[in-house]
Design a protein around this ligand. Structure first.
Ligand SMILES: NC(=O)c1ccc[n+]([C@@H]2O[C@H](COP(=O)([O-])OP(=O)(O)OC[C@H]3O[C@@H](n4cnc5c(N)ncnc54)[C@H](O)[C@@H]3O)[C@@H](O)[C@H]2O)c1
Length: 252
């Protein structure tokens, strides 16, 4: 009986940034649980990802640069036109820029904040309007361990992810009583293209590994269960939470 609560059959889900990395695994998890998925992404790898994911269910790609505000609106409208409604939103697309804080360019700051925080708010707002009208919906914002601590050489990323955790709480305060769950998922250190520079920094990546009780970096598949939980009726009483899946890093 409890397993039924994790089913997403027929639910319409929008995943931002699902061409590769964590977002692709999120899309796959939602498809495997029965949802129909629209992936909004800028990458040229989007068609290949959609083709590969088709074996898991009904999936569509919508190409858009989410740094551009009109493109966000256009992509969301296209999703609604294709799927008719939205039940699940996964705000996953994100970037990082690495530099010492005193040399960090304002242009880099603007881009990271625009995609990682402003676009997240924009999509929450667009999806929230539809979900509130029908009295149900699940929003999952992808936070980070840097929602909790400051990190090194990533001031904009840290500020954006701190913002994502706080925004999640702010929205859940307004929307919980109206049937919409807003939660965040905070992955630990995951081996994806986002961390290419960090993985190349042998000293720093060893330091990180030493602090992970699970004894390895995370893989995108490690997050699939938590994502489906947050997208499903099993988490109906969960609001404003930041669910950490990090191999134990934060507890160390
Ligand atoms: N990898 C990690 O260790 C880790 C840890 C914690 C949180 N996160 C967060 O998880 C999310 C996904 O990270 P990832 O590691 O899979 O990153 P990634 O770089 O591997 O993938 C990012 C995805 O976002 C898309 N994207 C980038 N810029 C875009 C834009 N302007 N418009 C549309 N799509 C765009 C890319 O095409 C790609 O599909 C991000 O929000 C990231 O901050 C990652």
């Amino acid at each position: 009986m409890i397993l039924k609560q994790f089913e997403l059959t027929g639910k319409k889900a929008l995943v931002t940034g699902g061409s590769y990395g964590l977002g692709k695994a999120f899309a796959e998890a939602l498809l495997e649980a029965g949802a129909e998925v629209g992936i909004v992404d800028i990458s040229n790898e989007l068609p290949a990802a959609v083709k590969a994911l088709k074996k898991s269910g009904l999936v569509t790609g919508i190409k858009a640069d989410l740094l551009k505000r009109p493109e966000r609106k256009r992509a969301f409208q296209k999703f609604l036109k294709t799927f008719g409604t939205i039940d699940i939103l996964v705000n996953n697309a994100g970037i990082t820029r690495r530099n010492r804080a005193e040399e960090f360019a304002l242009e880099d700051w603007d881009q990271v904040i625009e995609l990682n925080l402003t676009a997240v708010f924009d999509f929450c707002s667009m999806a929230g309007k539809v979900m509130l009208k029908k009295g149900s919906g699940k929003i999952i914002n992808i936070a980070s361990l840097l929602s909790f601590f400051g990190g090194l050489k990533v001031p904009a990323y840290t500020a954006s992810k701190g913002g994502v955790a706080q925004l999640t709480k702010a929205l859940s305060n307004e929307w919980a009583s109206r049937g919409v769950n807003v939660n965040a998922l905070a992955p630990g250190y995951m081996a994806t293209p986002l961390n290419t520079a960090l993985l190349k920094d042998k000293a720093r990546s060893c330091q990180i590994l030493e602090r992970i009780p699970a004894g390895r970096w995370g893989k995108p598949e490690d997050l699939k269960g938590a994502l489906v939980f947050l997208a499903s009726p099993a988490s109906d009483y969960m609001h404003g939470a930041v669910l950490v899946v990090d191999g134990g890093y934060l507890g160390r």
